[in-house]
Design a protein around this ligand. Structure first.
Ligand code: CMP
Length: 506
C-alpha cells in the first residue's frame, strides 16, 4: 500500500471522528432543549431515564404528544448508539490498518493474518455494541436475546449457515495451518496450484495455467489436500524406459550424469535412478529428484526429460518403443554371430598369456566360451564354491577378497585383459577367494575342456597360467592343504600335478 493512500486514510479518519464527536457532543444540548423548552410547552415532563410523564390534566392530546416525545428521545439514543458504534469501527479499522501497514509489512503470512484480523474485529464490535447499547438502555436485557431466543437462533443460523461454516472452517485452518501462502497444494478432483491467499471465506490458488481457483473453506475442509511446502525440498518422479539390451548400470550412470546440473534440481539428496518394472516393450525406469523451488516443477520435469534424451543420444542408449522380437529358430542372421566370435577372439588375444595362440585357437576359445555381465557389487565367484572354469575380464573391474580377522580383506584388483579363476580351473579345488564386480563387468567364462585341448598343442600356456597362479597364491595367506597347489607340491612339481590333472603326458 502506498504512503499517499495511508495518509489519505488517516486524514479521512480524523475528519470522520471529529464529525462524529461533534454530533455526540451536540446531542445532549438538543436533548436538553427538547426536554426543557418543547416538552414543557406540551405540559410534559421527561425523566432522566427517558420516561415521559404528563404534567397537565389534558389527557387526550397529552397521550399523543407523550408517545411522540418518547419516540424522539429513543431516536436520540439510537443515534448515539449508531454514532458510537461508527466510532468504534473507525478506530478498530485504523488500528488494524496501522498494524498491517507497518508491523506486518511484507510479511509472508499477511493473508493468513487477515483472517485473524476479521475474527478479532468482529469480537470487538460485538462487545462494544453490548456496552454502548446497555449504556443507553440500562433496563433492556440483551443477554436473553442471545441465549433464550431459539427462533432468532434458527433464523440467523440458517441465514448464516454457509458464512459461519466458512468462518469456522477458516478458523480451524488457521489453527491447524496445514499450508501457507506460496505452498503448492493439490486438492483431489479440483486441481493443483500455488496458494495465493488464505482468508476467512476461502483459499485462492493460482493454477499452473495461471487461472485463479477460489475454494471455500468449508469445501476445502472435506477434501484431501496434498501439500508441498514452499520451504522444504519436495521430491518429483520422472518416468522413462529403455530397451532390454541396455544394461541397467549404463542407464543409471547416464541419467545420473545427465541431471547433475539441471537447474532447480537439488544436489543433495542425490537423485535416485531405479527400475520401476519390466515392461512389455522395455525396462521401465523412474528418476526421483528433489526440487529446490517446487512451484517450477513442470519446467524442471521437462528439463530432466530433455537432458535424459541428450545423454541417451550420446551414449547410444535407446528409449523403448512397442517392440516384438521375432526369433526364427532355423534361420541364421548372416555375419552377426561370426562377427561376435571374431570380436571376442580379438579381445582374448589381448590377454598376455593368450598372445602366442593362433587366430583359429583364439576363435575356438571365443566360440566355446560364454559372455556374462555382472552388475556392480555382484559376486562372480564365491570362495569355497566348486568351479572348473576361468574368466577373462572384457570390460569393467573386479575385487578379489578373502575373509580377514574382522572384516573382508581385498587382496587384489583386476581389470580388462586380466583373468581370474585359474586356480580352481587348474586344480579342481574350491575357489580360493571371492571375486566381485567393482563396476558393471563383462567377463568371458572359459571351460576346463576348452583349455585342456589347447594345453596339448600349447604346453607353454599351462606353464604361463600356473606361473601366475603361483605368484598370486602367497597373498591368499591360507593354511596348508586348502588349495590343490599344496597337495601338488607334496606330490611332485606343480606342473607335473597339473599335467596329470588335465590328463596330459609329461
Ligand atoms: P580361484 O581360486 O579359482 O578363484 C578365486 C580367484 O581369485 C583365484 O582363482 C585367482 O584367480 C584369484 N586370486 C586369488 N588371489 C589373487 C591375488 N592375490 N590377486 C589377484 N587374483 C587373485
Amino acid at each position: 500500500m502506498s504512503n499517499s493512500t495511508g495518509r489519505r486514510k488517516v486524514a479521512f479518519f480524523v475528519i470522520f471522528t471529529a464529525a462524529i464527536l461533534l454530533v455526540i457532543f451536540l446531542i445532549p444540548f438538543v436533548e436538553a432543549f427538547v426536554r426543557e423548552q418543547v416538552a414543557t410547552r406540551f405540559g410534559l415532563v421527561i425523566t432522566a431515564d427517558g420516561k415521559v410523564l404528563s404534567a397537565s390534566e389534558n389527557a387526550g392530546s397529552g397521550l399523543v404528544s407523550a408517545t411522540a416525545f418518547e419516540l424522539i428521545i429513543n431516536i436520540f439514543r439510537l443515534l448515539k448508539v449508531f454514532l458510537l458504534m461508527a466510532l468504534v469501527i473507525a478506530i478498530v479499522r485504523l488500528i488494524a490498518f496501522a498494524i498491517f501497514s507497518t508491523a506486518l509489512r511484507g510479511a509472508e503470512k499477511l493473508e493468513i493474518a487477515s483472517l485473524a484480523k476479521t475474527v478479532f474485529s468482529v469480537v470487538i464490535y460485538i462487545v462494544s455494541f453490548f456496552i454502548i447499547f446497555q449504556s443507553q438502555y440500562p433496563n433492556v436485557q440483551l443477554a436473553p436475546l442471545f441465549t433464550g431466543s431459539t427462533i432468532i437462533g434458527i433464523v440467523v443460523g440458517l441465514a448464516l449457515q454457509d458464512t459461519l461454516g466458512n468462518l469456522f472452517a477458516g478458523i480451524a485452518l488457521q489453527a491447524d495451518q496445514p499450508f501457507q501462502v506460496g505452498d503448492v497444494i493439490s486438492i483431489s478432483n479440483r486441481g493443483t496450484g500455488v496458494v495465493e491467499s488464505v482468508s476467512w471465506r476461502g483459499v485462492r490458488v493460482r493454477t499452473f495455467q495461471q487461472k485463479l481457483m477460489v475454494i471455500s473453506n468449508s469445501v476445502l475442509g472435506k477434501e484431501t489436500i496434498e501439500v508441498a511446502p514452499r520451504d522444504g525440498l519436495n521430491a518429483r518422479l520422472v518416468f522413462f524406459n529403455t530397451l532390454y539390451r541396455i544394461s541397467p548400470a549404463r542407464t543409471t550412470n547416464a541419467v545420473q550424469e545427465a541431471i547433475r546440473n539441471v537447474e532447480n534440481v537439488a544436489r543433495k539428496p542425490v537423485p535416485i535412478v531405479r527400475i520401476r518394472g519390466l515392461g512389455e516393450s522395455g525396462i521401465d525406469w523412474e528418476v526421483k529428484y528433489w526440487c529446490e523451488d517446487y512451484r517450477r516443477y513442470n519446467e524442471t520435469d521437462a528439463l530432466v526429460r530433455e537432458r535424459i534424451w541428450y545423454a541417451f543420444n550420446r551414449e547410444g542408449i535407446d528409449f523403448a518403443f512397442p517392440t516384438r522380437t521375432l526369433r526364427i529358430e532355423s534361420g541364421h542372421v548372416a555375419g552377426s554371430e561370426d562377427q561376435i566370435v571374431m570380436a571376442t577372439a580379438t579381445m582374448i588375444g589381448r590377454v598376455p598369456i593368450f598372445e602366442p595362440l593362433s587366430s583359429d585357437e583364439l576363435a575356438q576359445i571365443a566360440q566355446e566360451s560364454e559372455h556374462r555381465v555382472f552388475a556392480r557389487g555382484e559376486t562372480i565367484v564365491r570362495q569355497g564354491s566348486d568351479g572348473d572354469s576361468m574368466f577373462i575380464i572384457l570390460r569393467g573391474s573386479v575385487r578379489v577378497q578373502v575373509p580377514g580377522e574382522k572384516k573382508t580383506k581385498t587382496i587384489g584388483r583386476l581389470r580388462s585383459n586380466d583373468f581370474f579363476g585359474e586356480m580352481g580351473l587348474l586344480t579342481g579345488e574350491p575357489r580360493s577367494a571371492t571375486v566381485a564386480a567393482e563396476d558393471e563387468t563383462e567377463v568371458l567364462e572359459i571351460k576346463k575342456e576348452t583349455l585342456a585341448s589347447l594345453f596339448v598343442t600349447n604346453p607353454g600356456l599351462m606353464e604361463a597360467i600356473a606361473a601366475i597362479a603361483e605368484l598370486r597364491r602367497p597373498t591368499l595367506e591360507v593354511g596348508p592343504d586348502t588349495i590343490g597347489f599344496e597337495k601338488a607340491a607334496k606330490e611332485g612339481t606343480v606342473l607335473n600335478s597339473l599335467r596329470r590333472f588335465f590328463g596330459l603326458k609329461h
